[in-house]
Design a protein around this ligand. Structure first.
Ligand SMILES: [Zn+2]
Length: 1004
């Protein structure tokens, strides 16, 4: 037989595009259109519906950046359309390619009931099936003219990312506002041909199945009269029945399709727009669920559900009904799909507390799955937190974005720092916006690394952000792909249904130990410094606010601010969303975030101050020092207060050859005439910290222009060029502080170096006006270390200092919380910080031996998506602690983040709980969220070893019980003695809930 394959394939392509798809709507009449352009920010629905309309013609430009226009379309269904399916086709001027990132609409009936959304790939609204003819049509559209930020020339700086700079030029042109006949048979034919055409292209050219499909397609096209597509579509479909009914091979890959719309809680739009994006998508999906009995849709991020409940009750009501059917599924159990590298221990825990609690309280749903398709890497502290929240499974596809190494598994057990293992799945379809096209499915099957041992994978299916979610076309594809020869099978399922099958078929999956490092987006640890500092400061203050408010409640009967703490936690958790805390959102988002953090910090300081004044009582002269850190400090117990003690003196002297020498009996630091630290001598260990001939506390400036994703990425080549900022404008003494001033480019830098209790405190102020530069602070250390530790949630994670393999080389920028620590046996150095997350560690060998250089990342200046990223004044605090053990690093990390507070008073405050082992760190002391008045204490082993400790509640306790993070009992309640013995494995996390007794408890 002659080979006419490419001819038939080209014929299918043209006929489908030029004849069949246009025949889906064979007849149409224009609708009358009126519009009201809302003058400013979005208005309530009732106001938009009621506003007066002016006529507007199709073809008219509309929509300045970030505007809202309320359209009303009216018309009458022609009498001759009786018996047909009639739809409104409403094209706001969509760009069919930029699916989630442009104008969008939500359609309402005149009574305000939401109908569905309008998006580039869903421009229809069903009017009648079958039509009577003569129906009056009236629909309202709340249309948002969101600008395209990520355009055809992506990553080009744009002023569109903030309403204040975006201008007022209309961005869109009304394209089509019609009533039309929908020819269902032609649409079904289009779907048949699309699915078969897709499949055909994925099959080997020499496979019989491919040729059977080709011949059936040819017969179908032959059966079609191109002048009467509607009249012959049924006959064409009949030719395809055979190939469409041939079942899948027994070994076919099995895909669980989960309807989904990945909605970034803020990104290339402000938070307020996400509220509307969620309303549009949820309306669209409740409408689709009503039409499609097999379809299942999953929506994550409790915050987004809470927005619906608060702001769009009419949509919320529909969602609640759909959830009851079991097909609109709350997915995951976090408040938002947060970053997981940077959130601190308690914040990471509270993501689960508030997320899970919302789904439990609203729907009785307690998910065991964690849904984080898009998060930029996963800290090794996370598995323990997932388990402590009562979950056990994780889904993400993001690691497929890694630039260097291919992850070896798609289904595996992920083991965290404490040994907790979480059943984890990476969808091999490599997207969270699957459309169930043949190419995607074939890629999933081919790509699946666990073939042979496992057969199931998940496909999050639907357009995210502003795309409206899953489309009826995707549902139609799934119906044809349920059991089709040559294709993976496709079944709509919930995440839980998928995981149950995946676990059952794979009893011994491979194990991955340690962090899931994303080899991309490493600059998200540094970009938008003020957002990051706001997060770190808020986390520290939330800890203190709970601690002091709980102490005041128990000791003095003061009211515990339940409502404020709940609200403030949720605000901080929202801002940990994976485009806010990482600094990858538009200017508008970060401008608002800075203001929000200011308000959060102010309110938390107020709560702390009120509680501490209640505890301090009437001022009687003297100063009381409150220690909010989890370790004793200056004789003040952790979580207690005591009268101020005098601080140790620091000796200052001029240095030979210029500069100054600082000494406090533990550490002797030499700062040279350039303002650089040329010596940091540990007087007790008699050991130098700075390698011979090197200088620490050295600011270094790099060119930093990544190939893509400016705010997200720093590419490895940034290290090829570096400028050491050794020139000082001034090096002087201010009391016992050495002040160093430098200027470079258009920027200036002032450092204040102080010695306190064996640590060198470095206060860095930068007035930053650079473009596409990366500023680091370098500390060459005379330590030979093959690995180093960086704090993560409830412990620390080790990373290599060498680059033996591509996996190690790829970790050239990594995350720390409060400390980075490196050591030789018996002696180590810690760097602690109250504000930065990014760092890099490298090694050198010279005639003096091996040295290790730690550099903390201070500032970047990417120009996309915020063209003014980080311009202006910044302040960072770090401390170098020579001679530090890992335990010292933990303690100093807390100290720099929890400064002492001074309040008038003189009567000491006894801590609510004390622990007699410094390795056991208390991360939370609070009253139970249920308002019972129970005291909740959370602690963990912080050094990676075993700990036996005694925990003493210094208040009468009737009953104590271990709980999960949601404060639900996990053990049997016990009547404790005065001391509670605890025994912890490395990094083990424990939560205790203590019921308060009316009278002091009797010791056993
Ligand atoms: Zn995302």
């Amino acid at each position: 037989m002659h080979d006419d394959r490419t001819l038939v394939e080209a014929r299918l392509k043209r006929v489908l595009t030029e004849r069949i798809r246009p025949a889906i709507y064979p007849e149409s009449v224009p609708l009358e259109v009126g519009v009201w352009h809302a003058p400013g920010e979005p208005v309530p629905v009732a106001e938009g519906l009621a506003a007066p309309r002016e006529p507007i013609a199709v073809g008219t430009p509309w929509g300045p950046p970030w505007g809202t226009s309320w359209f009303t379309v009216t018309g009458t269904v022609p009498e001759e359309w009786q018996g047909r399916i009639v739809e409104a086709v409403l094209d706001l001027g969509f760009n069919p390619e930029k699916i989630g990132f442009q104008c969008e609409g939500l359609v309402y009936r005149p009574d305000g009931t939401p109908v569905k959304s309008l998006n580039p790939r869903t421009q229809w609204v069903r009017i009648a099936n079958p039509a009577q003819g003569g129906e009056e049509v009236c629909l309202h559209i709340e249309a948002a003219s969101n600008p395209i930020i990520l355009d055809y020339q992506p990553f080009k700086p744009t002023l569109l990312g903030d309403k204040e700079t975006a201008g007022t030029e209309p961005l869109y042109r009304l394209a089509r506002m019609d009533l039309a006949v929908f020819d269902k048979t032609v649409w079904e034919l289009a779907m048949d041909l699309e699915v078969l055409g897709d499949l055909m292209h994925e099959l080997p050219v020499d496979s019989g199945r491919r040729w059977e499909i080709l011949r059936a397609v040819e017969r179908a096209l032959d059966a079609l009269d191109l002048q009467d597509v509607g009249g012959t579509a049924e006959a064409a479909r009949a030719e395809l029945t055979g190939v469409l009914s041939s079942p899948a091979e027994p070994s076919a890959h099995r895909i669980s399709a989960v309807g989904h719309a990945h909605i970034d809680s803020a990104w290339l739009w402000p938070l307020r727009e996400t509220v509307r994006k969620v309303a549009r998508t949820a309306s669209n999906m409740t409408a689709l669920l009503e039409e499609e009995p097999d379809f299942v849709f999953a929506m994550s991020q409790a915050q987004q559900w809470a927005w619906l409940k608060e702001h769009r009750p009419e949509v919320w009501a529909k969602v609640v009904k759909a959830v009851a059917t079991g097909r609109f599924v709350p997915a995951g159990g976090m408040w938002v799909e947060s970053d997981t590298n940077m959130p601190g221990s308690e914040a990471m825990a509270r993501q689960f507390v508030h997320g899970k609690r919302f789904f439990i309280e609203e729907f009785g749903v307690d998910n065991e799955e964690v849904w984080l398709p898009d998060t930029f890497g996963f800290a090794a502290g996370l598995p323990q937190i997932i388990k402590a929240a009562g979950s056990k499974r994780l889904l993400t596809q993001k690691i497929s974005w890694s630039q260097t190494n291919t992850f070896p598994h798609h289904t595996f057990l992920w083991e965290g720092i404490d040994g907790t293992r979480i059943f984890t799945h990476f969808p091999p379809i490599d997207t969270y916006n699957a459309q169930l096209r043949g190419g995607e499915l074939a890629h999933a099957a081919r790509n699946f690394k666990d073939k042979g041992a496992a057969r199931h994978s998940l496909a999050p299916t639907g357009h995210g952000d502003g795309g409206g979610g899953t489309t009826r076309e995707m549902v139609a594809r799934a119906a044809r792909l349920r059991d089709l020869e040559g294709s993976p099978t496709v079944t709509w399922e919930t995440p839980a249904e998928f995981f149950a099958k995946a676990e059952a078929e794979y009893p011994n999956p491979p194990v991955w130990v340690g962090e899931l490092y994303l080899e991309l987006h490493r600059a998200t640890l540094t970009s938008q410094a003020k957002t990051k500092q706001g997060n770190r400061r808020s986390e520290a203050l939330l800890r203190e606010a709970e601690l002091w408010a709980a102490t005041a409640a128990v000791r003095t009967g003061a009211d515990y601010p339940y409502e404020a703490l709940d609200r403030l936690w949720k605000t901080v958790l929202l801002h940990q969303f994976h485009d806010i805390l990482p600094g990858s959102s538009i200017a508008w988002v970060h401008r608002e975030a800075r203001r929000t953090y200011e308000l959060v910090i102010e309110e938390l300081n107020g709560i702390i101050d009120t509680a501490q004044r209640a505890l301090a009582g009437e001022p009687t002269g003297g100063t009381l020092v409150f220690n909010g850190a989890p370790h004793e400090r200056h004789g003040v117990p952790a979580g207690g207060a005591a009268p101020e003690a005098p601080a140790a003196a620091v000796q200052v002297s001029p240095r030979e050859g210029g500069g100054f020498v600082l000494e406090d009996g533990r550490l002797k630091v030499e700062i040279d005439g350039r303002g650089l630290v040329v010596s940091a001598y540990d007087l007790r260990a008699e050991r130098e910290t700075v390698p011979p001939g090197r200088a620490a506390c050295l600011p270094q400036l790099h060119q930093d222009f990544p190939n893509k994703w400016d705010a997200w990425d720093v590419d490895e080549f940034y290290r090829n060029t570096v400028t050491d900022l050794t020139e000082a404008d001034d090096v002087r003494l201010d009391g016992a502080t050495v002040v160093v001033e430098r200027s470079f480019g258009k920027s200036s830098l002032t450092q204040r170096l102080t010695l306190a209790e064996g640590r060198l405190e470095i206060d860095t102020e930068v007035d930053w006006h650079e473009t596409e530069k990366f500023l680091k602070l370098a500390f060459p250390l005379d330590v030979r270390a093959d690995r180093y530790a960086a704090e993560s949630q409830y412990g620390h994670t080790f990373r290599p200092t060498h680059t033996n393999t591509s996996w190690e080389a790829a970790k050239f920028e990594a995350c720390n919380h409060r400390f980075v620590h490196l050591e030789e046996p018996g002696w180590g150095v810690a760097m602690v910080t109250d504000s930065t997350y990014g760092h890099d560690v490298t090694r050198d060998v010279d005639e003096h031996g091996t040295t290790t250089t730690l550099r903390v990342s201070l500032l970047r200046a990417p120009r996309f998506p915020d063209p003014e990223t980080d311009q202006g004044l910044h302040r960072f605090r770090h401390a170098l602690v020579p001679g530090a053990s890992i335990g010292d690093a933990v303690r100093e990390g807390h100290f720099i983040n929890q400064p002492e507070r001074r309040v008038p008073g003189s009567a000491p405050v006894e801590p609510l709980v004390t622990v007699d082992d410094d390795a056991v760190v208390v991360t939370a002391v609070k009253l139970a969220d249920d308002g019972s008045g129970d005291v909740v204490v959370r602690f963990h082993e912080s050094r990676g070893g075993r700990a036996r400790a005694t925990l003493r509640p210094n208040f009468p306790v009737a009953e104590v019980v271990t709980t999960d993070l949601l404060e639900r009992p996990t053990g049997e309640p016990e009547r404790p003695g005065a001391a509670i013995p605890v025994s912890l494995r490395p990094f083990e996390l424990v939560t205790l809930r203590m019921k308060r007794a009316a009278r002091p408890a009797v010791s056993r």
